[in-house]
Design a protein around this ligand. Structure first.
Ligand code: HPA
Length: 279
């Protein structure tokens, strides 16, 4: 950890705490085309990332770039409407800085969402997948460099990076809503180019069910801080070569927006259930 990072995180957290009296218990990160949930929060305060000290600013289309603190079913939540990615040129430390800040706000549970390409042929575009585990193919790790023990240990365990208890809860909630929810492994690649069919065949052999360009560094940092994690991928397209169709970002966003009503209903039901299940 570079010198002063802990203090920078504290500065960012203090600014957020100065803008709202709510003290969020749970955090959410909304991926490409999935930002609508934040618009339905009660008592909401939205803070553009530019106004938060040291926060990276998202450049990807489909990412609003603001932190919304509000209430969902009377539970205070902090929602990142948009994230930054490794492919935007930020270091993984910068990419994961907001997760450190959410930790400093006292959040003990985090829900990560993303758009992903479907590798497993049982998946369908526009389906939802609960992330059971991940493969880090970004070729780097956000914890590289000196470790600051105030954040967490040098060698964090990743055996249950995605909380089993949270996954059980998510499956129960999905069943109640009659929502199809697959469970599987998310592989994170660098991007920004989409994968080749050969890469997708290789990933399938290595056990990946979906592929995307985010989430994994953030999940590593959340685990480093002892925050319990749930991950949900929205399968916006079938991966290269699985479907003959070419992949384009506008379609990814459109597919995300098309599931957004269903997705928002799922998140709204999920949040109280996760709070009940939190350690
Ligand atoms: N590959 C990588 N990232 C993605 C995809 C994909 O097919 N779809 C949405 N994000």
């Amino acid at each position: 950890m570079s010198e002063g990072e802990f203090e920078k995180v504290q500065q960012a957290a203090r600014l957020i705490e100065g803008r709202t009296t709510l003290r969020p218990r749970i955090g959410l990160v909304l991926g490409s085309g999935l930002g609508a949930f934040a618009d339905g929060l009660e008592d909401a305060t939205a803070i553009p990332y530019q106004q938060i000290p040291h926060f990276p600013v998202s450049t990807a289309v489909g990412h609003a770039g603001r932190l919304v603190v509000g209430q969902c079913a009377k539970i205070s939540v902090a929602v990142m409407q948009g994230r930054v990615h490794f492919y935007e040129g930020y270091s993984l430390r910068e990419v994961t800085f907001p997760i450190r800040v959410l930790g400093a706000l006292g959040i003990r549970a985090l829900v990560f969402t993303n758009a992903a390409g479907g590798i497993n042929r049982k998946l369908r575009a526009r389906g939802l997948l609960l992330i059971r585990d991940h493969l880090n193919f970004q070729g780097s790790n956000p914890l590289l460099g000196a470790n600051d023990e105030r954040f967490g240990p040098r060698f964090p365990d990743m055996t249950e990076a995605y909380s089993k208890k949270f996954r059980t809860t998510a499956k129960q909630v999905a069943r109640k809503l009659r929502l199809r929810l697959f469970e599987g492994v998310y592989a994170a690649l660098h991007g920004p180019s989409y994968e080749t069919p050969a890469e997708i065949r290789a990933l399938a052999r290595l056990g990946a069910d979906v592929v995307g360009m985010s989430t994994v560094p953030e999940v590593i940092v959340a685990n480093h801080m002892g925050i319990e994690v749930l991950g949900i991928s929205c399968v916006t397209n079938m991966a290269a070569g699985i479907s003959k169709k070419k992949i384009n970002h506008d379609e990814v966003l459109e597919a995300g927006e098309r599931v957004s009503r269903q997705f928002t209903a799922f998140l709204r039901a999920l949040i109280p259930a996760l709070v009940r299940a939190t350690k």
